[in-house]
Write a protein that binds this ligand. Structure first.
Ligand code: PMP
Length: 396
């Protein structure tokens, strides 16, 4: 049965990890994958998570099955973070939220549900986008196309192009939008541009699917939810996938959620019933541990404050690495203006490094980046940044 099976290509991002792990050079640096490392190059275990986990494990909870849609307390906590604690939509019972296996799992169950609702819709993702967006929606059976997004010349958003693309999409098209901290470019829209995106979605009867994998990594938990706030106020129906992988540094626990804004409480009940069917046939119900820990942190005023402080610490450290890299490249006489790196948001920057330059960084310096020139600023620290700046300056 396997004789004709071909070798699949490596995942473009996770494949880099495999190559990095196999590299035996001491000074190697992995700027490829989207993971936050602390200044010692370690993935942090947040103190708030540790405390909640200890209480949870000391209680030795039984390991029964969860509800198909996950833990109620967790889903409520997600709604408060994503839609705001005083959300009218949530209070009126119009928001369906189901715990999911990370942001990826949320996108997948959202895609599968959408396929059941409108099999012929096209899905539009930004050009460029997180690599898995295309693959996820294609594997759910959709045709996936790009909308204009990144402007190489300004290193910002090509908003004119994006808006024109939105306004020319067929009614019913699904449009995947990065709610904040655009991956891979680090280029986000202004609040005013978001308001125009909302209007375009209304005008063209589009199905907005906000992907919010980095809430809290740009300006703050509340500030980074501006897109969700604007869509919430619009009266439109929309999807939001969210994830605690980065904000809780709980990558491997796979804690995310899918939220769907419907028209009424009664409609929400019908939508949830269909979403549960999708979940049941994918993985039946989510695991217990991650969601319970996140819910415990968010339910305790002290732990929540501690988490917010730790999240702010991660955000500030990435910002410091951005400005430091810009300064260090200038110090090394790099003529090109890299100030855009400091202006971009979230974990990533599209540096403009070519695939050939990325290859040299890997071969000669053991520095791994995505071939598109995307680097993860959260993998820089005070110990490796000079080495990285030296190498980039030489490669340029
Ligand atoms: N969406 C985007 C834009 C992402 O960058 C990521 C993580 N790389 C995800 C979704 C998925 O997050 P998770 O690891 O929680 O599945």
């Amino acid at each position: 049965i396997f004789a004709a099976v071909e070798m699949a290509p490596r995942d473009p991002i996770l494949g880099l990890n495999e190559a990095f792990n196999a590299d035996t050079r001491a000074g190697k640096v992995n700027l490829g994958v989207g993971v936050y490392y602390d200044d010692n190059g370690k993935i942090p275990l947040l103190a708030a998570v540790k405390a909640a986990e200890k209480t949870h494990m000391d209680a030795q909870p039984p390991r029964g099955y969860q509800a198909i849609e996950g833990l109620g307390l967790y889903n409520k906590a997600v709604q408060d973070l994503v839609f705001g604690a005083t959300s009218e939509l949530v209070a009126s019972g119009r928001v369906v939220t189901a715990e999911a296996l990370g942001g990826t799992g949320a996108l997948k169950i959202g895609a599968d549900l959408l396929k059941r609702l409108d099999a012929n819709a096209s899905v539009y993702i930004s050009d460029p986008s997180w690599e898995n967006h295309r693959a996820l929606f294609e594997s759910a059976g959709f045709k996936v196309e790009n909308y204009a997004y990144y402007d190489v010349a300004t290193r910002g958003v090509n908003f004119v192009g994006m808006k024109a693309a939105l306004l020319s999409m067929p009614a019913g098209s699904i449009v995947v939008l990065h709610a904040c901290c655009h991956n891979p470019t680090g280029a986000d829209m202004s609040d005013a541009q978001w308001a125009e995106v909302v209007d375009a979605c209304r005008e063209r009867h589009l199905v907005p699917f906000l992907d919010m994998a980095y809430q809290g990594f740009a300006d703050g938990i509340e500030e980074d939810a501006i897109a969700v706030r604007l869509f919430s106020a619009s009266g439109l129906q929309f999807f939001v996938s969210s994830s605690f992988s980065k904000s809780f540094s709980m990558y491997g626990e796979r804690v995310g959620a899918l939220s769907i804004v419907t028209e009424s409480r009664e409609e929400a009940a019908r939508v949830l019933s269909q979403l549960k069917r999708v979940i049941r046939t994918n993985y039946s119900n989510p695991p217990i541990h991650g969601g319970a820990v996140v819910a415990a942190v968010l339910a305790s005023p002290e732990l929540r404050q501690q988490w917010e402080d730790e999240l702010a610490g991660m955000r500030d450290r990435i910002r410091a690495m951005r400005t430091s890299l810009v300064a260090k490249l200038a110090e090394r006489g790099v003529a090109q203006d890299f100030s855009f790196v400091a202006a971009q948001r979230g974990m990533f920057s599209y540096t403009g490094l070519t695939a050939a330059q990325v290859e040299v960084l890997k071969d000669e310096y053991g520095i791994y980046a995505v071939s598109t020139g995307r680097i993860c600023l959260a993998a820089l620290n005070t110990k490796n940044i000079d080495y990285v700046a030296d190498a980039i300056a030489k490669v340029l």
